[in-house]
Design a protein around this ligand. Structure first.
Ligand code: 1PW
Length: 205
């Protein structure tokens, strides 16, 4: 069943983020929590394709995206969501929507760097692209134990060919979808950073 589940995973991700990016780039409307969390949930199967060692990364990501989906039932926009946590003085509190948004944003950014690196790396190993993505995005925020566990997990990554097979893509189609996601996710990640920075909440915690 895994194959069926992953059918068109990349395509779904790239379509959803292209749509989100169009909203951001139009600067006409605030990003909705529901639209954002729905797009983020499409990325979850990708973590599952990165091998058993990243199962815990997937679980953490899924839990946080679920929390945002839950929040969307009572809060319309990301702006309003942050304002609420600022008012409630719980921005950095473990499990807060705002804190979970920052973690989810890092997940999106890591996938962006991973794809960027896959696009410029030759050969069948994902170790360099994955290491670079982790080192750039998550490692600065993780303690020694998690960094060691992730480093160990790098040896259990699938090969490039195995990943493409799991995603039901060939090299050419995967390149197109990955490039689409890289292009679309940039402005979305910047938009989220700005939500934090405009309120002087910081993004390095
Ligand atoms: C594609 C290459 C593979 C690299 C994947 C590395 C992903 C690493 C994420 C591991 C996260 C699992 C451990 C949980 C860490 C949490 O302490 C931390 N969450 C994150 C996403 O950094 C903080 O979450 P918290 O304290 O706000 O609940």
């Amino acid at each position: 069943m895994a194959d069926l589940e992953n059918e068109k995973t990349l395509r779904k991700i790239s379509d959803a983020f292209k749509e989100l990016a169009a909203t951001v780039n139009s600067q006409a409307v605030d990003m909705e929590v529901a639209t954002f969390s729905r797009a983020c949930s499409l990325v979850s199967p990708l973590f599952g394709c990165l091998g058993i060692a990243f199962k815990f990364a997937e679980m953490d990501y899924v839990a946080k995206v679920d929390d945002l989906a839950e929040a969307s039932k009572s809060i319309a926009t990301l702006n309003a969501m942050l304002d609420r946590d600022v008012e409630g003085n719980c921005v950095r509190k473990a499990g807060s929507h705002t804190r979970n948004l920052l973690r989810v944003k890092r997940g999106l950014d890591m996938v962006r760097v991973l794809f960027e690196q896959i696009l410029v790396t030759e050969g069948n190993s994902l170790k360099d692209p994955a290491s670079k993505a982790y080192t750039q995005v998550f490692a600065p925020h993780h303690g020694w134990a998690i960094r060691k566990a992730v480093a160990a997990g790098m040896y259990a990554l699938p090969t490039r060919a195995q990943l493409l097979k799991k995603l039901n893509e060939d090299e050419a189609s995967a390149r197109i979808q990955m490039q689409n996601y890289v292009t679309a996710s940039g402005p979305i990640i910047l938009y989220i950073d700005k939500l934090f920075l405009s309120r002087e909440l910081g993004i390095d915690w």
